[in-house]
Design a protein around this ligand. Sequence first.
Ligand SMILES: Cc1cc2nc3c(=O)[nH]c(=O)nc-3n(C[C@H](O)[C@H](O)[C@H](O)COP(=O)(O)O)c2cc1C
Length: 199
Amino acid sequence: MEFKEILEERYATKLFDGKKVDEEKIEQIKDMIRLSPSAINLQPWKIKIVSDDDLKEKLSPAAMDQPQIKSCSHLLVFCAEKDLRANADKIISGLKASGIPDENIKFLESVLDNFTAMFPGEAAVCESQHNVFIATITAIYAAKSLGIDSCPMQGFNPEAFSEILEIPDNLVPTMIVPLGYAADEPMPKTRFSKEEIFF
Ligand SMILES: Cc1cc2nc3c(=O)[nH]c(=O)nc-3n(C[C@H](O)[C@H](O)[C@H](O)COP(=O)(O)O)c2cc1C
């Protein structure tokens, strides 16, 4: 499928038919999400994948009982990393472990130091969330490229999701993306005109 067709045909699916997506396709979607861009390549995200029906049932009221939760095949819970510094350290130690000399890493190390210092406390969550949105978008188009429907969703309670899924404290559930095969019909695409958008 051409990318333009993917853009035209993807829509926010409200109800899935309950059919399971092959694990092989889920792996392909994971591979594509992994390639998402992020500021300074910090990749400040972790994604919990829920396919268990009992868990989806528990999560449903925490997402306003929107029908996607129980009817989807897999539910991707995109979480923002609060600790940007930890990701920066991980990148640097990975480079060191691969044998790259310290003097070649120094510049990146200082860029990472300056960048992470720009986002103290809660600001780090906000910064991570901007990046998480990009990974979410990769997921919905990656899925569509494989014939899988989806819906980007923010209508859920992050605290309740954290509790039910036992999400570690350093992560903030930010967006959810149910995947599966649509059991509804797309609405016509309504968008502002180019004249209204571009100036
Ligand atoms: C940040 C964000 C949050 C959204 N939250 C929900 C949601 O909670 N439930 C839902 O059914 N759709 C949700 N949507 C889907 C939008 O309603 C949908 O993308 C928009 O109406 C355009 O329709 P289309 O995606 O079918 O072209 C969300 C989309 C975005 C980008």
